[in-house]
Design a protein around this ligand. Structure first.
Ligand code: ADP
Length: 560
């Protein structure tokens, strides 16, 4: 800072740019970064596991989200909602958000666990730095340990056998994922829905699952138990006339983007009313013309000379019309009379989806309609919900696509959103198992087993890394400790008892009995996690901690 005088002799204070910034170096920089990371991880720690607490988040516009795990609303999946809604300013905090998001992107589950693990590693790192160990040595030690842990996970993993007819193992694994969510009271049915959905779109030979083919939709109302899997797509629309058929089998669907204007439907001449007795004669006389006849309420036949639209629609064999545009009451009435069910005001995106799923083509002009352009679906039905006027159109067993829809029902929007996120997790777990059917045991069992293996390996390293490797083993214990703590158990006592049991029985399946099921053998409790998910957690957490440890200079604006 310097004091100077301007041309009028007035004093001016000159601030040099550097002076408006604060700077932390060396251990102080490390400590400040670690403190930021640990603070974020502590918030999530209490949410881990089946007994984890929920968080209520209020956004500035007063929208409320309750979540047991971290989700990113904009991505609609696990990872960062809570962190994002907390509006994490700190750059290290943002790294933790990214960490959780990466886990979500790669695996889809374990987003809380990965942040808890990273927080524990940071806490351990701080202790080592205080003891004078260089951060790079700590990072190297963590890297070695993570490789040991990942290899050990491979060794204790089991192959989970399942096939298209025996999906029970997959259901069990999805149930583990769902058991720690708010929706856990319906975990069996939701897990079955998720697995059946994944199996419907999976290519078991190539071990590939395209999750884009699974749409997750929700509608407020009904119970969570009413959530269903639809082998097709649903559209939030109904038939344009209440008297139109509610169910059409083997539907041939005309998908139109041309306006259904009354002129195109209206008869070009006035209606001809003929008493019924003479109708036979009349009809036979006029059969050659394109007039269609209907009996009206008085028993008279009403003749409609057909416009090209009608001829086209019926000639090509359409049994359902889906139109991007609306049509007035008159057109609607005519469609109903023609026994041609129709749906109007269908959005462009939905129209495209219907076209893709049913193998139809979107037709911009009536004249262009041909039988090959019709979409085909085994069943189209309209379903009404409760006493409300809410109706939806189910287009099932579509010709061209294996696309399925998970249709979630729930008491309020918050519940539906949470269920969507939970279903996403379950879908990802099932997909991961199809890609790689190795599993490890949950409830902290895998972490305890890795901790024992890493601890044992530490002795083989004569250098300073040994300390970092031991610290890594301690950090691994933090996951079962958090699970125990969140379940109201004594964390240290429970952990040491389980660890002793694992060593004594040489059984890597012993974990924390969070639900007080009477056994801590996770195999008996059916608490599994995918091997790749667990490995990814350890690798990602180590990676981010190494990244944080490499920062030794923090320059920030002074108001931070
Ligand atoms: P994440 O977002 O990381 O998946 P969760 O809150 O879903 O976090 O908790 C997952 C942890 O809870 C895993 O370590 C899993 O093994 C454990 N877990 C899930 N169900 C049970 C159970 N019934 N008993 C013990 N641990 C469980």
């Amino acid at each position: 800072m310097a004091l100077a005088l301007n041309e009028y002799g007035r004093p001016v204070i000159i601030l040099r740019e550097q002076e408006s910034k604060s700077r932390l170096r060396g251990l102080d920089a490390h400590k400040s970064n670690i403190a930021a990371g640990v603070a974020v991880s502590r918030i999530l720690r209490t949410s881990l596991g089946p007994k984890g607490t929920d968080k209520m988040l209020q956004s500035p516009d007063a929208d409320i989200t309750i979540s047991t795990f971290f989700t990113d609303l904009s991505l609609s999946n696990d990872g960062a909602t809570i962190l994002e809604q907390m509006d994490v300013d700190n750059q290290i905090g943002k790294l933790m958000v990214e960490l959780s998001r990466s886990q979500d992107y790669e695996i889809g589950d374990g987003t809380t666990g990965v942040v808890v693990m990273a927080g524990a590693l940071l806490e351990q790192a701080e202790r080592l730095l205080e003891r004078g160990i260089h951060p790079i040595r700590v990072a190297e030690g963590f890297e070695i340990s993570s490789r040991i842990a990942v290899d050990h996970l491979e060794q204790i993993s089991h192959k989970f056998e399942f096939n298209a007819t025996n999906i029970e193992p997959l259901v069990q694994t999805c149930m583990t994922t769902l058991s720690s969510k708010i929706v856990n009271r319906c975990k069996r049915s939701l897990a079955e829905i998720a697995v059946k959905g994944v199996m419907a779109v999976a290519d078991l030979e190539r071990k590939d699952v395209n999750l884009d083919l699974i749409k997750v939709e929700g509608k407020v109302g009904g119970k969570l138990e009413d959530t269903e899997l639809i082998y097709g797509i649903i559209v939030d629309k109904d038939m344009s006339h209440p008297q139109m058929p509610k169910q059409i089998e083997d539907a041939k669907i005309a998908i139109l983007t041309c306006p259904f204007e009354p002129q195109s439907l209206r008869p070009s001449i006035r209606l001809t009313l003929i008493p019924l007795r003479s109708s036979k004669l009349y009809v036979s006389k006029r059969r050659s013309t394109s007039t269609r006849w209907f009996k009206d309420a008085r028993g008279c036949l009403v003749g409609f000379p057909l416009s090209p639209v009608w001829i086209n629609l019926s000639d090509v064999g359409a049994t359902l019309v889906i139109c991007q545009w609306g049509f007035d009451d008159e057109a609607n009435h005519l469609l109903m009379h023609r026994n041609l069910p129709a749906v109007r005001w269908v959005g462009g995106v939905e129209l495209e989806l219907i076209a893709i799923a049913t193998g139809g083509r979107i037709v911009p002009r009536f004249q262009e309609l041909t039988p090959e352009k019709l979409g085909k679906a085994g069943l189209v039905r309209e379903k009404a919900f409760g006493t409300t006027k809410d109706r939806m159109l189910y287009i099932e067993h579509c010709a061209n696509s294996r696309a399925v829809t998970v249709f979630i029902r729930g008491g309020n929007k918050m519940m539906i959103e949470e269920t969507k996120r939970s279903i996403h997790d379950a879908l990802c777990v099932a997909r991961n198992l199809i890609r790689n059917n190795s599993i490890v045991y949950g409830g902290g069992a895998a972490e305890i087993s890795c901790s024992i293996a890493v601890e044992a390996a530490a002795d083989k390293y004569p250098g300073v890394e040994q300390y970092a490797i031991r610290a890594f083993a301690d950090a691994l214990d933090s996951v079962p400790m958090a699970l125990a703590e969140n379940s109201g158990l004594q964390p240290i006592e429970t952990l040491s008892a389980v660890k002793a049991q694992q060593i004594k029985e040489n059984n890597p399946c012993c974990g924390i009995d969070c639900n007080d099921a009477g056994t801590n053998d996770m195999r008996e409790q059916n608490v599994f996690e995918t091997l790749i998910g667990k490995q990814q957690q350890i690798l990602l957490a180590t990676q981010v901690v190494k990244m944080i440890l490499k920062i030794d200079d923090v320059i920030s604006p002074s108001d931070y």
